[in-house]
Design a protein around this ligand. Structure first.
Ligand code: GLN
Length: 538
């Protein structure tokens, strides 16, 4: 194999931003003209994160091929041109699953199946397969060095370093250099210990990324270098940044990409990070601001709606606006008298969601946006809420609901498709991944996309019930997009509303900082216009 491998491990604590570091390194190396891929190895036993609560694990990112992935794959796609798939994310659960199936088929006949070599061989095989065909593969190992779960992964990558000699493999270790207020000092001890731990299992890092909230002095870098056996010029600081899209620029300023290509002996052109500089400039110098209200259940955790936040930020960058997000806990909404809470919102967005909690509050919010001509964007569950609201208040089906919330509703305007009714296993069985949709010419959504054939990513079980479509369309609800082959509603809009769009899919997964998704761009623009008109009227 010719591909050069960059392994990224983490130490001291979790949440240091390894995913963003991996993605940023990818961005810089891509700008140097290298063909690359990024792979995430997760030490947990779940086969995929699809069944994990977003409270615990953050957002489930969906790939084109319908894999429910770790949210780091979202970073990889946002920073680079890589189109991730199920081959870009492996968990302990998947590795064991494969090995156990092989054992049952008799592929290890006569042998005792063990962590070393069978589990580690499977990890290596997966890495080699995913890396093949690229100049560089960046492999991020989830978890923190010292965890029991990550040991087989670390052993496997140690072996790879042993197998592929001669500038083909490097190890980057990300650590924390905390500032201790009482001592008024940055402390290197956690980094020293973390590298010791890594060396105990046979891995000597080549580069350290030291997460810190202030600059590392020359003395401090020398000290870290001395204690960890990492050369002075490979002790790289990763200072906190205001905007995550600054990371490629900061890493480049620190000489990280030069160090990487030197160690891997790669001959490349110079990096060009102008587009990242432009993004940062726009993000730091907004001409104005706009308030977007988001109603949801996972209102407390930014990570639960990671791609959504990023997509709104991308639209803000493209429009040179600061997007303020106002969270609204839909469980606290009783009726329209709660609308005063939303007075500040220039646009209302209801994102994807599951289950009955907070549903009535969401429906009230849709009503408020519809009746008051406030821009509304409904994504997945948010589109289903819009259909229910319309059915109840315009079509006159007072008990209209989704079968997800009320199985006995007389008007199941949102229901399971027959194939979903037979499903027993909850893992990986929703309508997942990219599906095409045909948009009706002349509709607002077709104008926004500038085309009528689109493909977007899905993650849901329920659909608009076709039995009601004719009735729903009567008062002015437009079924503006459909999956023709499966005869499913994909998008809706209201004709006499300035901006009211619902989509059954998740456009946020395909938005990039350098290429904001047209729907988010259109929505934030409409919200800003609403704000300007409101200011004029006052
Ligand atoms: N709960 C809804 C469904 O399963 C919507 C899912 C979502 O918003 N991602 O259809």
């Amino acid at each position: 194999m010719k591909t050069k491998l960059i392994f990224i491990t983490g130490g001291v604590v979790s949440s240091l931003g390894k995913g963003i570091a991996a993605a940023s390194i990818g961005a810089i190396l891509e700008s140097r003209g290298l063909k690359l891929t990024i792979i995430k190895l997760d030490p947990y036993i779940n086969v995929d994160p699809g069944t994990m609560s977003p409270f615990q694990h953050g957002e489930v990112f969906v790939t084109d091929d319908g894999y429910e992935a770790d949210l780091d794959l979202g970073h990889y796609e946002r920073y680079t041109n890589i189109l991730t798939s199920r081959h870009h994310n492996f968990t302990t659960g998947q590795i064991y699953d494969t090995v156990i199936q092989k054992e049952r088929r008799g592929e290890y006949l006569g042998k005792t199946v063990q962590v070393i070599p069978h589990i580690t061989n499977q990890i290596k095989e997966n890495i080699y397969t995913a890396a093949e065909g690229n100049d560089v593969a960046i492999i991020e190992i989830g978890g923190t060095v010292g965890d029991i779960e990550s040991l087989p992964f670390l052993e496997a990558i140690r072996q790879i370093g042993h197998e592929l000699k001669g500038n083909q493999v490097i190890y980057i270790h990300m650590t924390l250099v905390p500032y201790i207020a009482a001592a008024e000092e940055l402390k290197t001890k956690p980094t020293q210990h973390s590298v010791t731990k890594l060396r105990e299992i046979g891995i000597q890092p080549d580069i350290l990324l030291c997460r810190t909230d202030r600059d590392l002095s020359v003395e401090l870098r020398k000290k870290i270098s001395l204690f960890t056996n990492v050369t002075y010029d490979a002790v790289i600081q990763a200072r906190d940044v205001d905007c995550v899209y600054e990371c490629p620029l900061r890493f480049h300023d620190e000489g990280l990409d030069d160090k990487i290509v030197e160690l891997l002996q790669l001959w490349t052109k110079r990096s060009n990070l102008q587009k990242w500089a432009d993004i940062i400039y726009s993000s730091k110098h907004p001409k104005d601001e706009v308030n977007i209200g988001i109603a949801g259940k996972y209102v407390n955790l930014r990570d639960s709606y990671k791609s959504l936040h990023e997509a709104l930020e991308h639209a803000g960058i493209a429009l040179n606006l600061k997007v303020n997000i106002i969270y609204i806990d839909s469980e606290t909404i009783q009726d329209q008298s709660d609308a005063k809470k939303w007075k500040e919102c220039d646009g209302i967005l209801i994102p994807g969601g599951f289950g009955e909690r907070g549903v009535e509050g969401k429906i009230e919010m849709v009503r408020y946006a519809r009746e008051n001509m406030i821009p509304y964007f409904g994504i997945c569950y948010g589109m289903q809420m819009a259909v229910i609201e319309w059915a109840r208040h315009i079509t006159g089906l007072k008990k209209a609901n989704t079968a997800e919330v009320d199985q006995n509703t007389p008007d199941n305007v949102i229901d399971l498709m027959s194939e979903q009714k037979n499903i027993k296993n909850m893992g990986g069985t929703m309508r997942l991944g990219a599906y095409p949709a045909k948009l009706k010419a002349g509709t607002k959504i077709a104008e926004i996309y500038g085309k009528t054939e689109i493909s977007e990513r899905h993650r849901h079980r329920f659909e608009v019930n076709n039995k009601y479509v004719a009735q729903l369309e009567k008062g002015g609800l437009v079924i503006s997009g459909k999956n023709v082959k499966l005869d499913l509603v994909e998008t809706i809009e209201i004709s006499d509303h300035p901006w009211f769009i619902g989509v059954q899919y998740h456009p946020e997964f395909k938005s990039k900082p350098v290429d904001a998704h047209p729907l988010f761009f259109g929505f934030v623009e409409a919200a800003f216009n609403y704000k300007l008109n409101r200011a004029k009227a006052d």
